[in-house]
Write a protein that binds this ligand. Structure first.
Ligand SMILES: [Ca+2]
Ligand SMILES: [Ca+2]
Length: 68
């Protein structure tokens, strides 16, 4: 029974992850470790919050900024 619980929990975590708008690496198309404004533009939601997330105002979102 314990094994089943672990499995159910794992599936639940995966499902909640999939329900998110998308992870950092989904937006970082050129895989340079930063999300540029043009990369962010593929998500209407992300481009709206881009300037708020870009704490150091370099026009790129780092992983740390993205995860805020
Ligand atoms: Ca990039
Ligand atoms: Ca930045």
């Amino acid at each position: 029974m314990k094994k089943l619980n672990v499995l159910v929990t794992t599936v639940a975590i995966m499902a909640s992850g999939a329900a998110m708008a998308g992870g950092f690496s989904d937006y970082d198309l050129d895989k340079d470790g930063m999300i540029s404004k043009s990369e962010a533009a593929m998500s209407e939601k992300l481009i709206k919050v881009f300037d708020d997330l870009d704490i150091n105002k370099d026009g790129q979102l780092s992983k740390e900024e993205f995860n805020k």
